[in-house]
Design a protein around this ligand. Structure first.
Ligand SMILES: [Zn+2]
Length: 246
């Protein structure tokens, strides 16, 4: 079996969602559930933007081949400020992607302010992960369709694959746009099943978003009766490929 990669987890304080998971808690769930690697994001709002990223860099350095980073930053700033922060995280800290959170940042994925996210990702040659689900209407999966069509050279990952309500819309977005991938945390199992059938497992990736949710997300994929090959894509190989994990 190839590596199991959790493509969506947060480290440290989040002043919007009031979470604060430590390195020890992350390592504990990786140990308990056999997670080989984790892609970590800082909180959506934090006291110290740079320090929150450096903690992820330190985690990755302490556990080679087991941790990577995605940077997220409010797009409600100048193009220069945005690019300064995300390019520092990608180029200096070795992060592998950029996150846009429409709900936390009050910025729909098709809003004018979101363009700086895509322009930065294109320049830095990394994928963009967009939160979808909670926070509708700004977090509707379909809003990413025109952007994915306009930026065909950019890879988009829809986090939560539409969440509890909009999984079938996320599926349509991925069916319409070959550069859209789906990260399936919080998405109902029957919707994930239809994604494996209609889209294929090479476009799906495991994400958990919360240490308490890890066992649930693993069980969801394992409950579907997938072949070993298909399961290996859902649980790790898609994330490895999309984010270029070493
Ligand atoms: Zn999250």
């Amino acid at each position: 079996m190839s590596r199991i990669i959790d493509a969506h987890m947060h480290l440290g304080e989040d002043l919007i969602y009031n979470s604060n998971d430590s390195e020890e808690r992350i390592l504990g769930y990786m140990e308990s559930f056999g997670i080989d690697g984790v892609i970590l994001q800082p909180g959506l709002k934090v006291n110290d933007w740079r320090r929150s990223c450096e903690r992820i860099r330190d985690f990755a350095a302490a556990h080679p081949g087991r941790g990577w980073g995605i940077v997220s930053y409010t797009p409600h700033c100048t193009d220069e400020e945005y690019f300064d922060h995300v390019s520092w995280a990608i180029n200096e800290l070795g992060f592998v992607g950029i996150k846009l959170h429409p709900e936390a940042y009050c910025c729909a994925s098709n809003a004018p302010q979101a363009r700086k996210v895509y322009e930065a990702a294109r320049a830095l040659k990394v994928p963009v992960m967009i939160h979808t689900g909670n926070g509708v209407a700004s977090a509707l999966p379909s809003l990413a369709i025109p952007m994915a069509l306009e930026y065909p050279d950019l890879t988009f990952v829809l986090a939560h694959a539409g969440g509890g309500m909009f999984g079938s819309e996320a599926l349509v977005a991925a069916q319409v746009c070959p550069n859209i991938y789906l990260e399936t945390s919080w998405c109902p199992v029957y919707v994930v099943k239809s994604m494996t059938e209609k889209l294929g497992c090479r476009r799906l990736m495991l994400g958990t978003d919360n240490p308490d949710n890890v066992g649930v997300e693993l069980a969801k994929h394992r409950a579907l009766g997938l072949s070993d090959e298909d399961l290996s894509w859902c649980l790790g190989r898609t994330a490895e490929t999309v984010f270029g994990l070493n």
